[in-house]
Each structure stands twice: as C-alpha cells, then as structure tokens.
Design a protein around this ligand. Sequence first.
Ligand code: C2O
Ligand code: CU
Length: 477
Amino acid sequence: MSFRRRQFLQTTAALGAALALPLRAAPRGERRIELIAAEFKAALDPAGAGQTRVWSYNNQFPGPLLRFRRGDHAHLALSNQLPQETTVHWHGVRVPNGMDGVPSVTQLPIPVGGRFDYRFELRDSGTYWYHPHQSSFEQVPRGLYGALVVEEERPPQVDREEVWLLSDIKLDDQRQQVEDYGRILDIANQGRLGNQLLVNGLVAGAERKIEVRAGERLRLRLINAASARFFRLAIEGHAARIIAWDGQGVTPHPLPADGLPLGPGMRADLIIDCMEKPGQSFALRDLGRPPAGAAVLGTLAYSSQAAVRNAPLKAPIALAPNRIAEPNLDKASDHYVVFQGGMRGTPVIGMVDGKPARIQDIMAKEGLAWTMNYNAQHEHALMHEPLLHLAKGEHVILHMINETDFAHPMHLHGHFFRVLAIGGVATPHREWRDTVIMAPRQAIDVAFVADNPGEWMYHCHILDHAAGGMMGTVVVE
Ligand code: C2O
Ligand code: CU
C-alpha cells in the first residue's frame, strides 16, 4: 500500500472516530467541507505532458473554489498531510479571532498528520481566498491557495461569471519548482518572483479562454495569489468597470488606462459588457512592471453564435454594501506606522529581539530586512509587543508611512478599512479594502472601526517581506 493511500485511510479512520464523538450542535445550514493539504502532481500545461510537484488542497491546484451565500455557516475541516506544520487563513473574511488561522497567535500550528476545524459565519459577500499562514513564504508559492466566493443575496444581473486566480511559479528546466524559498536576496528586495505566470493554476497565455457570447454581461472575479508579483491587468477592446475591491462594493468606475493594479493578496470584481462581434477574440494582458513588458494572460473569446442582445444590459451593477461600521473621522484617534528597511536606501536601525541593530548588518544572519515602527521580528516569534493597542469600538485613522524604496501591499486581518488618502491626496471613492498598495516612499491614510476583538495580523503581503520583519499585530480589546 502506498504511503499516500495508507495516510488517506488513516485520516478516514480518524474521521470516523471523530464522527462517533458527540458533535457540537451544528448551526442550522452549516456546510461541512473537508480540505486535505498534501503533496500533489499538477499538470500546469494541459497541452504538455509534464507534471509539476506542488502542495495543494484536495489534490487540486489551485485548491477547490469554495462558494457560499452570505449568512452561511462554514465548517472547513482541514487535515494536514504535508511534510510541515500548517494553518489556513481565510483572507479578507471577518472571522472570530480564533478561526483566523495564524500560528502561535490565534491557534497552534496544525502538526503533520493533524487536523483543525474552522467554523465561522460568512458575514460579508465578496471575493476572498484562503492560504496557509504558516511559513507562507514557502507554503503559498508551493501551491497552497484557493478562491473563496460569498454570493450576495441580490447579485447584479450577469450572464456569466468567471473566477481568475492569478499567480506565478518558479520552475527549473525540468518544469519542477525551484526550492529556494526564504533567500535574503528576495526578502530584502522585491520578494521571490516566479518565472511562469499562472491563471487558475495553468500556464498563462492565449489558450486561457473566457468563452462568451456577443451581448453578454460578464462578471470577472480577480484574485492575486502570487507571493510577490504585482499584476496590472488590461482588457483589449472593452470598457470594463470595477465594482468591488477586496470583495467590497465600490462606485462602479472604469479601469485605469495603465491597467488594473492588483498587488499580492488583493482582489477586484469587474463587469464587462461583451458588445463586440461573434467569433472575435480579445487579449487580457498583464502590463507588468516596466520594462518587463506585457504578457498575455488569456483571451475573451466570443462564440460564433448571434448576439444575445444588441445593447448592453440596463440593469444596475453597483453592489449592495456589506454591513461594515463606518469610521467617524471627527472622533477617530490617529495611529502611525512607519516602514523602513530593504536592500536599497539609507541604513536603518531597528530593534531586533529588544536590542538596536543596524538592519543592513544583520540581514544575512537574521533573515530580517524590514522594520515596522523601528521593530523587526521573525515570523515565528510573533509574541513580541503588538504594534498597536486599540480599544474595542475605537474609531481609528491609521497613517502608514513607507520610508522604503519598495512597494508594499499592506494587509490587515479581521477588518476592512476605508482608504482615505494616497500620498496626501484624497481617494475619489474612499473604497473599503483589506489590502492596500503603498508605493515606494508613499504615505497612505486609512480609517476603520476596531470592532472585531482579538490579536490581528498587520503585514505586507509580499510574503518574503512578511517573513523578513514586515509583520506585526494589532490588538483590539
Ligand atoms: Cu492573506 Cu495575513 O494574509
Ligand atoms: Cu513589502
């Protein structure tokens, strides 16, 4: 019997045992989904023969698309068949702190062969995703991620919906992953980039088709699951509109002319009216970071059938808002977080294990390259002082000041925040987000109500940066 098979049977036996125990009464309508994290061989290129070793959920790469309705109760039963400890974090989903999947902060790491039951209510509709928070700089790029969609009670009328999980992977000439996770060179620079772009776990390119029929209205949910890559998406020949950032409705508005910016961890929902002629094809491109140049991610492929309608649907596309407490800026308290470090730029002094050190001097030895409020801490030593203490219900303006020469997608757990200003300029839509890009040397102001009690991670979603010091916590109590 193969190792894998034996393990599977053991899990099943353990499951049987678990089921024999008196179960906590499941909330009405609770949906139980089994997730098994394990090694897997993925065919990244359906046209090619080769397979690539990844880590994934349920022998699918990416993991299964988890779809719920707002108000559903989820029971996600994770079993860890990986060669390492793991956890699962439900990125963007406002869960109780104990279900947030952060090792050593909200739960113990799930041991090899162990299990953990995540149970929570889906309070907010939107586009989310899930991934480990244990050694995420390694486990995420190895392939552990999947999309999580929570449908609105009254979604906008569309003819078709697509979910595109964007990522990349670093392959050698045998089409296997280069296992160089956690190099200081990546930690202290722009993070570890792949050399092959992926769309839903398949090599990006013209063959990744979204098939539509002329006249249709398409909703495209985009998720950036890459550990360090920023995407900038452009859609040829179509005036797409953004209706949500990070799952939260925003006043519908067109894509920026230089592409839709999507940093690691971020999501956007688009509405695209497909008003071109039957049989035509249009490229979806990543404009990338100059001078890298554009890459084709996929195509919008019109079938040869006659148009379903000749004018775009009139139905409204704005999403009904989720119930998120509105920060009152008049009574909000100001908090500041300053970010320093990186391989370029002026030398930085930060506290490492309670002692001041010049970050550039200790980089190679400690694997640390970044500070938040002059502190650098290891991902696995998160029991340092929290960065911020907030009173439950406190209205907060958080000023993030990027004194580095690098861009950072900053992510806060357990809350959404309104983006008030970027570089001192008020944002036109004051959108809700859970992850926001700070450009090099840029300051960003966000506001939120600290209404979800617990200790929440606040970190850069370039996972190598998070491992290298750009990870702290915010306590709400
Ligand atoms: Cu998607 Cu703390 O992460
Ligand atoms: Cu960063």
